[in-house]
Design a protein around this ligand. Structure first.
Ligand SMILES: Cc1cc2nc3c(=O)[nH]c(=O)nc-3n(C[C@H](O)[C@H](O)[C@H](O)COP(=O)(O)O)c2cc1C
Length: 308
């Protein structure tokens, strides 16, 4: 038994003190969680996706609880990149100085939006270690998952944004055709992949015969999707040689460990933070305990150590 294993990982050039990241949209901009845990212990935080201009998101009911998970149709409500930086830049600069990698996320309705968003982060967000390109949101009518629906569409986005930034570019993939889309993204210059985003799903109120949310479909997250996410992370890691961040239904260190064994270098903590706001730090402690229990002194020795 090794008592203090090395937990630091290199995520596509982003140095993380440990593999624990936060999933975009479930951890605000970090400071909202400071009273629940020491955010500076985390390896990275990924901020809520922002677009070049503010978006109000979808109207009406945006969330519904389901068995072992939740549906959301927030629709990427965000303040726009300029307001995001103005209101959060000082905190995020301090957080990066405290050793946490800050990843900013791009939301877009069109190719031009993605390019403009990357340019704005380049200009306004020196605190960002990496930029995540979200081509997988299922809750917007234009852009979102449609931009990542096929290998050629995903690669088109990557080729458009790649020349605009020398920083590490991570692509948040849609949960389908994983191997093919992952290979296309790697070939188009992606530095890393993250998956999964929420999975398109429905919940019907049988009394009213209407959706339980304001739109017919929404995105499923939480423990219900974890085994699907583990399979997809394994597929992405096998299909490419770039690092992967595993996201989907993690509530414990052992579930994070599944992603590591499946080939993930980093793990995103999502929905659990909404009902247990101290979860990310607890998951880091549990993951560290698991690494030590494996008789290794470095978490990197366990990445992709799944035995078929
Ligand atoms: C309320 C909410 C808002 C989200 N907003 C975003 C977002 O802005 N960008 C994004 O890529 N994913 C977003 N997601 C998806 C999460 O980042 C994550 O990929 C997904 O929820 C699966 O992980 P989980 O099961 O651990 O929550 C959101 C999820 C929820 C529940």
């Amino acid at each position: 038994m090794v008592s203090t294993p090395n937990m630091a990982v290199d995520f596509a050039g982003i140095r993380m003190s440990n593999p624990v990241n936060t999933a975009s949209g479930t951890f605000g901009f970090g400071w909202q969680f400071e009273s629940f845990q020491d955010v500076s212990r985390l390896g990275a935080i990924t901020c809520k996706g922002c677009a070049p201009v503010p978006w109000p998101g979808n109207p009406g009911s945006r969330m519904a609880e389901t068995a072992s998970g939740m549906l959301n149709s927030v629709g990427l409500a965000n303040p726009g990149i300029r307001a995001f930086v103005k209101d959060n830049g000082a905190y995020l600069t301090r957080l990066s100085e405290r050793g946490v990698a800050v990843i900013c996320q791009v939301a877009g309705h069109s190719l031009d939006d993605y390019v403009r968003a990357v340019e704005l982060y380049e200009e306004l967000a020196p605190f960002a270690s990496g930029i995540e390109i979200n081509i997988s949101c299922p809750n917007v009518s234009e852009g979102g998952a449609a931009m990542g629906a096929t290998p050629s569409k995903a690669a088109e986005v990557m080729r458009a944004v790649r020349p605009r930034s020398a920083r590490s570019l991570i692509v948040k993939m849609a949960p389908h055709d994983v191997s093919e889309v992952a290979r296309a993204l790697e070939a188009a210059g992606a530095d890393a992949l993250s998956l999964v985003n929420t999975i398109p799903a429905m919940a019907i109120d049988v009394r009213t015969r209407r959706s339980r949310l304001s739109r017919p479909t929404a995105g499923l997250s939480g423990p219900a999707i974890h085994p699907i996410a583990v399979r997809m992370v394994w597929e992405a890691a096998r299909a490419t040689s770039i690092p992967v961040c595993g996201i989907g239904g993690v509530t414990t260190g052992e579930e994070a460990a599944e992603f590591i064994l499946a080939g993930a270098t980093a793990v995103g903590v999502g929905t659990v933070s909404l009902y247990d706001p101290a979860a990310a730090g607890r998951i880091l402690d549990e993951l560290t305990t698991w690494v030590a229990s494996q008789g290794v002194d470095d978490v990197n020795d366990l990445i992709g150590a799944f035995e078929c």
